[in-house]
Design a binder for this molecule. Structure first.
Ligand code: ATP
Ligand code: MG
Length: 407
């Protein structure tokens, strides 16, 4: 049996990037032999094993053929006769289709090294079109390597366009899509992921609600960039630049979906877009089965981001409602994430990226004031049940009035 390093580990070493996980391919062997050597099978009918000591993934060289829609629609063929070149040709991109032996001798039949140098993301073979997930993967790699100057090859983008138009993207499971989307959002330039998806028509299929924002104008006085889609991508870009967590990035992407519903005769104003967008945010959340914290924050940011921007003008009673809606007393972290998303929204405007956002500290101060109301004295006064709740609210309102007057 011969063992090679493949995929990301080879690619990233050649790029001079840190290698995190190593994938191995094994040529000229059988499942029986792997098991006899102590490798643990990953799945029942998948020729992938875990190394008994390192836990790294070792896959038998295999060929694949498409036999139906979706991910289940693949038949694998793994046998000792399958060559390294045959295994590499089923991979997505040329830069991911290189292998290396323990002497660092490169096997590169599809010119991955040439494409690495030319900064091109290029599919290996027409079989690329057999797995629609590759559309998302290419967009994710485009985001990851944008800073190195990588671009998607025109012929690959064309294949991605055909895949997007064929209806195949709809066959992706929520789990597989979310894994790619969430990883892409955590890259340094997540906006590139969306730009590539949009360029090949995949955004219109996966997130038509986001796609619809392009071409929708906003008032130039607040939004020098005018276009809502452009704004959304800038907000996401700011979120990455400020190293925000996934929850905030997801909320940033979805915060303005309501603007896509505004009747054209109301443009460039978007009255009640915050509320109108909620059903769209819910739909996208559910389509990808986003984790609960991402779903929640996206809905809250969608509903309340304008409150955030207008924080300094809010009446104490409105401030209180805002804090109550976030349950800031038990969920302080979530409110911090809301503030961060609002700030990214404000910075995601052309020419205003560096402008200070005093609303952030003002909101933090308001939360602190409301949280400082002690419950014990109210209990001692004999309040209980709903009356206790009302009494706490009254005290918090008082605290917010004092806070507002003092700032
Ligand atoms: P990362 O740094 O994100 O781990 P990677 O290239 O190692 O990047 P993996 O998902 O770990 O990505 O996959 C390892 C290799 O398996 C890839 O480099 C690619 O050759 C191949 N591969 C993975 N998923 C697919 C797919 N859906 N279609 C084709 N090839 C794939
Ligand atoms: Mg990998």
């Amino acid at each position: 049996m011969r063992i090679y390093k493949v995929g990301g580990a080879v690619r990233d070493r050649l790029l001079g990037k840190p290698v995190t996980d190593i994938d191995w391919v094994v040529v000229g062997t059988t499942t029986e032999e792997m098991l006899a050597k102590g490798f643990r099978p990953v799945g029942a009918d998948f020729p992938v094993f875990l190394h008994p000591k390192s836990g790294e993934e070792y896959a038998l060289a295999r060929t694949e053929r498409k036999s139906g829609r979706g991910y289940g629609g693949f038949t694998f063929h793994a046998s000792p006769e399958v060559t390294l070149e045959e295994d590499l040709i089923r991979r997505d991109l040329t830069i991911n289709a290189m292998a290396e032996d323990d002497q660092q001798n490169l096997t590169d039949p599809y010119h991955g090294q040439r494409d690495l140098e030319a900064r091109v993301l290029r599919h290996v073979s027409p079989a690329f079109a057999e797995d629609p997930l590759r559309v998302l993967r290419v967009a994710r790699f485009a985001a990851r390597y944008a800073e190195l100057g990588f671009n998607v090859a025109p012929e690959t983008l064309e294949l991605m366009r055909q895949l997007s138009e064929s209806g195949e993207l709809e066959a992706l499971t929520a789990e597989r899509s979310w894994k790619e989307i969430s990883r892409a959002l955590m890259e340094d330039q997540p906006q590139v992921f969306l730009e590539v998806l949009r360029a090949c028509g995949a955004l219109r299929v996966l997130m038509p609600e986001v796609d619809a924002l392009f071409g929708v104008p906003q008032p130039e006085a607040h939004h020098p960039e005018i276009d809502t889609g452009v704004h959304t991508l800038s907000v996401l870009e700011q979120a990455a630049r400020h190293e925000q967590p996934l929850t905030v990035r997801w909320a940033c992407l979805l915060h303005d979906l309501g603007k896509g519903l505004t009747p054209e005769e109301e443009w460039p104003r978007h009255i009640a877009h915050e509320f109108n967008g909620l059903k769209l945010i819910k739909a996208v959340n559910e389509r990808f089965k986003a984790p609960r914290d991402c779903q929640e924050l996206a809905l809250l940011v969608g509903e309340y981001h304008t409150h955030g921007h207008r924080a300094l003008e809010l009446k104490p009673s409105t401030l209180l409602e805002l804090l109550q809606s976030f349950d800031v007393y038990r969920r302080p972290q979530r409110f911090e994430e809301f503030i961060a998303a609002c700030e990214m929204d404000a910075r995601g405007r052309k020419g205003l990226e560096q402008r200070s956002y005093p609303q952030a500290d003002y909101l933090r101060g308001a939360a602190t004031a409301a949280r400082s109301v002690a419950v014990q004295p109210l209990l001692e006064k004999g309040f209980k049940g709903p009356e206790l709740g009302e009494a706490i609210k009254r005290e918090r309102l008082k605290a917010l009035k004092v806070y507002k007057e003092s700032t």
